[in-house]
Ligand binder design. Sequence first.
Ligand code: ACO
Length: 401
Amino acid sequence: VVDIRKFYANTGAFTYDPGFTSTASCQSKLTYIDGDEGVLLHRGYAIGELAEKSSFMEVAHLLLNGELPTKEELDTFTWTITRHTMVHEQLATFFRGFRRDAHPMAIMCGVVGALSAFYHDSTDIHDPQQRTIASHRLIAKMPTLAAMAFKYSLGQPFLYPDNSLSYTGNFLRMTFGVPAEPYEVNPIVEQAMDRIFILHADHEQNASTSTVRLAGSSGANPFACIAAGIACLWGPAHGGANEAALNMLREIGTPDRIPEFIARAKDKNDPFRLMGFGHRVYKNYDPRATVMQQTVREVLSALNVKDPVFDVALQLEEMALNDPYFVEKKLFPNVDFYSGVILSAIGFPTSMFTVLFALARTVGWVAQWNEMITDPDQKIGRPRQLYNGPTQRPYVPVGER
Ligand code: ACO
């Protein structure tokens, strides 16, 4: 008979860490977060500076290759990504198998996973060249697939990529353009969208990135791993929070109702929380929220949108930051607090919010996957468990139970 207690007594060092709050699963050179100080660095560069001064393509190069590109390197990288924006024509047929009312994230889980069936010439994870091609393909095709998911939900025809446009401009045209009609990319919207992509590009070992690494640790191909990341991101506690924050701001509706919602958030008998407030890691202002707040102003003014939710958001933030409950618990606005307001002003329905997050995070997922594959210490991920079920007992035949 197995003595379970003896097994744990003899098993040596053993940690039980639900949610992995204090266990590092890997080493990484990509992203550094100091939650107490509100610091986020990619390869040593502060997120605020990257969002203000660089482009999503520069950040993608930085995360993938370790350095900001020279002008020539950036041109080559952008050209390479642009070359891969088309998707296999058969994928359009694959799309048509989904119901029109399918959630775009359900479609993304399916089509990104299916890329390994269309591009099996870049699934050999031991070949560095194939890894690079797969990485470029994923980054390049995500905007095309995301726009196709949007168009499909509207019943509108797909638009082929226009490779004369920027990465982000091309995505906006494929999403909001109509075939045979010219589409002018609004430079303020293009810059805001690019900035949102930068802010979501990577965030060290969050749930979806850990999922990508865990899936990849078994040797699964990169397309399958990114599909696993997309599935994880879909959850409301992860990628779905900006949708919840926007819904909450709309529910509040007018500034005079803010005190009622703050009181509810503080009431221990009410499960309600201020959505877009608080963060597992940041116990100070989320540096991404600062950039977002500034970007909302620019977008609303450029598009001449007067959305009352922005005033509600600003006043809610001010009241909460002066309330002892939020001060003592170190609850500050996170990146999701303002992003929904911007995306809605640009014209995205809430069901697309997580898709946009997935598009941007693909850069981080791919960079993390590459780092893991080339790490000499890399092992198959296999967390332990603390068994608390029954001890060994004899089998009783079914008629005697
Ligand atoms: N509103 C009111 N009270 C809150 C909030 C909030 N948004 N967030 C935390 N608290 C309180 C909790 O009730 C708890 O109080 P207690 O100590 O009296 O029990 C305390 O602050 C600590 O909360 P935890 O849930 O233990 O903190 P944790 O770090 O695990 O949670 C989380 C972080 C999940 C983000 C939480 O702050 C939250 O639910 N926020 C709202 C949802 C949200 O905005 N999520 C987006 C995260 S960002 C991202 O995923 C990209």
